[in-house]
Design a protein around this ligand. Structure first.
Ligand SMILES: *[C@@H]1O[C@H](CO)[C@@H](O)[C@H](O)[C@H]1NC(C)=O
Ligand SMILES: *[C@@H]1O[C@H](CO)[C@@H](O)[C@H](O)[C@H]1NC(C)=O
Ligand SMILES: *[C@@H]1O[C@H](CO)[C@@H](O)[C@H](O)[C@H]1NC(C)=O
Length: 198
């Protein structure tokens, strides 16, 4: 009984510290794009580096988009875009895995003339999202350039089965965060290999 209590406390403490490290739920996740000007592919918006040359650049202007796949469902509060072109006017939306729920996020400050913009989203656990899409409209005359996207959100437990016991929930959160960390480190490894090869 004593050992069980100590173990539970350890799991809780370690999962909280992992949560703090990974406040940005987009870090190291998967990203798709409409087009990119090699080597500035869309993964560079979730690589943890928010300045040039580690930025995404689309190949062409007009309707361009990037889509971050958060892999697990998240309740997203803010999407912070760093290092866009001051002329880029962006739209941000969240989508559920079945593509049914679309939540539009609104910019909190004027986008024209700014390189960093914060978008607020009215997501909720009921409308939790898997995809974050950032796009510009068809009449845009500039390429889309984005250095980093930071997504403030939290992992959402969907199945009632996950609530079997508090210990269960904590372990699930801890293991999802550990997988986040693993994916991030793997992708970092690939990036370093790419850099050595080029
Ligand atoms: C999701 O919806 C968009 C339109 O909002 C559509 O273009 C796209 O093909 C859909 N994707 C899937 C997988 O259904
Ligand atoms: C959002 O950006 C657009 C385009 O720059 C701007 O017209 C609008 O005022 C901005 N919204 C807020 C709340 O600042
Ligand atoms: C499309 O984007 C451009 C800037 O890229 C902006 O000037 C224009 O107002 C936008 N049009 C619409 C319909 O939102």
């Amino acid at each position: 009984m004593g050992v069980f209590t100590i173990l539970t406390v350890f799991v809780v403490v370690s999962s909280f510290s992992v949560l703090n490290v990974l406040a940005n739920v987009a870090l190291g996740k998967m990203v798709r794009e409409s087009s990119s000007a090699a080597p500035f592919n869309s993964y560079l918006v979730v690589d943890g580096m928010n300045s040039a040359p580690y930025c995404y650049k689309s190949q062409t202007s007009g309707s361009q988009w990037i889509q971050i796949d958060l892999i697990w469902l998240h309740q997203v509060d803010y999407v912070r875009v760093f290092g866009k072109l001051s002329t880029n006017i962006l739209n941000v939306k969240l989508t559920s895995p079945n593509n049914l729920t679309n939540i539009v996020c609104s910019n909190q400050t004027d986008q024209a003339g700014s390189i960093n913009v914060v978008f607020q989203c009215s997501d909720s656990p009921e409308h939790s999202s898997k995809y974050v899409t950032i796009y510009q409209n068809s009449t845009s005359t500039d390429i889309m350039n984005i250095c980093e996207v930071v997504v403030d959100g939290q992992w959402v437990l969907r199945s009632p089965l996950n609530f079997a016991s508090d210990g269960e929930v904590v372990r699930e959160v801890a293991s999802a965060r550990e997988q986040d960390m693993e994916i991030y480190e793997k992708r970092k490894g690939h990036e370093q290999l790419d850099e050595q090869q080029s």
